[in-house]
Write a protein that binds this ligand. Structure first.
Ligand code: NAD
Ligand code: UDP
Length: 330
């Protein structure tokens, strides 16, 4: 199939392009490079030895999006493009609502205009809010604490309503848990802007001695050791989940958790990193980070049952691959 991958030069998008190309699909990337570099597209080609069609466009630009749909016979869209920094979304809510919602609406409209029936959305476990773990797709969504999370819940609702009005439209809403790791080659991975907010990129920079020590946000949560529990998923497993979602997409709206189904605490992740890479990670315990919840992990059984997909790579591989990329990146 010819798949339009918006945000395909970004972290999850680039790994998904590799998985799509390896599965025999043709990939058209649309990315404005606001949080990525064009060299990533070359790395995808180098890794897969396949062509990638690249458009440097903003997917909120309706004319530019229409050009892609008229130049190519698109069979499906995977929509990754968006802004994703939770803290920044509180500072710049309008930029987040505009970018993340207008892009979804413009792409959905182009799908209607050009008869494209398959649409896969990057959603997030954040839409569950502080529900009881494990999170199941049937749960009522709870308000998130930030505009970023709201853009994901709203994008889901918009696509739900469009699919209701157009029964042939097939939508997969993929709720990601915590993507980490990098392609096993070390050629592509996550390149955070400035000081990382997320745990794994912070840990790799402490390992690299670019940062002095990890600050663990709270050790009195009701969890195994008091530190926050998350469901880390290797980005290549996540990428393969998209191929499975696309290949199994049928009419209507389908929601899937893409997680490993296992919870790992901050201290457990630090220990796994030390074990995987033989490097000590100094840390101190500091105040809780506002907006954090104690535990977030998936019931991942629906994706297994319906898509035949489950996460294969363990936390040790995630730590090893993250560290390899940290050492390889320019
Ligand atoms: P990323 O920033 O690495 O990738 C997003 C890409 O989209 C970037 O290459 C950026 O340049 C591009 N982009 C942004 N706005 C654009 C626009 N208007 N037009 C064209 N391109 C645009 O982020 P990521 O981690 O790969 O995340 C991909 C998607 O998954 C996002 O929608 C994000 O919200 C969602 N998600 C990410 C996580 C995570 O922890 N990384 C978790 C849950 C959901
Ligand atoms: N965390 C931490 N120190 C950091 C970054 C994160 O202790 O420098 C903790 C955070 O409180 C949470 C877990 O690590 O319990 C994962 O945080 P991340 O920001 O990676 O993901 P999210 O909170 O969005 O799930």
């Amino acid at each position: 199939m010819n798949i339009l991958v918006t945000g395909g030069a970004g972290y999850i998008g680039s790994h998904t392009c590799v998985a799509l190309l390896e599965a025999g699909h043709t990939v058209i990337v649309a990315d404005n490079l606001c949080n990525s570099r064009v060299e990533v597209v070359d790395k995808i080609k180098q890794l897969t030895k396949k062509e990638v069609i690249f458009y440097q466009i903003d997917v909120t630009d309706i004319a530019a999006v229409s050009t892609i749909f008229s130049n190519h016979s698109i069979d499906g869209v995977i929509h990754f493009a968006g802004l994703k920094a939770v803290g920044e979304s509180v500072e710049k809510p309008l930029a987040y609502y505009y970018n993340n919602l207008v892009s979804t609406m413009i792409l959905a409209e182009a799908c209607q205009n050009y008869g494209v029936r398959r649409f896969v959305l990057s959603s997030s476990a954040t839409v569950y809010g502080d529900n009881t773990v494990p999170f199941v797709e049937t749960m009522n969504l709870l308000p998130t604490t930030n505009p970023y999370g709201e853009t994901k819940a709203m994008s889901e609702r918009i696509l739900n309503d469009i699919a209701k009005a157009n029964p042939a439209f097939s939508v997969s809403l993929l709720r990601y848990f915590n993507p980490v790791g990098a392609h096993e080659s070390g050629l592509i991975g996550e390149v955070p802007n400035g000081i990382p907010n997320n745990l794994m990129p912070y840990v790799t920079q402490v390992a690299k001695r670019k940062l002095e020590k990890l600050r663990i946000f709270g050790n009195e949560y009701p969890t195994v050791d008091g530190t926050g529990v998350r469901d880390y998923i290797h980005v290549m497993d996540l990428a393969e989940g998209h191929v499975a979602a696309l290949d199994n997409l049928t009419e209507g709206v389908h929601i899937y958790n893409l997680g490993s189904g296992n919870g790992t605490s901050v201290i457990e992740l630090v220990k796994a990193f030390e074990e995987a890479n033989g490097i000590e990670i100094p840390y101190e315990i500091v105040e809780r980070r506002p907006g954090d919840i104690a535990s977030c992990y998936a019931d991942a059984s629906k994706a297994d049952r319906e898509l035949g997909w489950s996460a294969k790579r363990d936390v040790i591989s995630m730590c090893r691959d993250s560290w390899r990329f940290e050492n390889n990146k320019e």
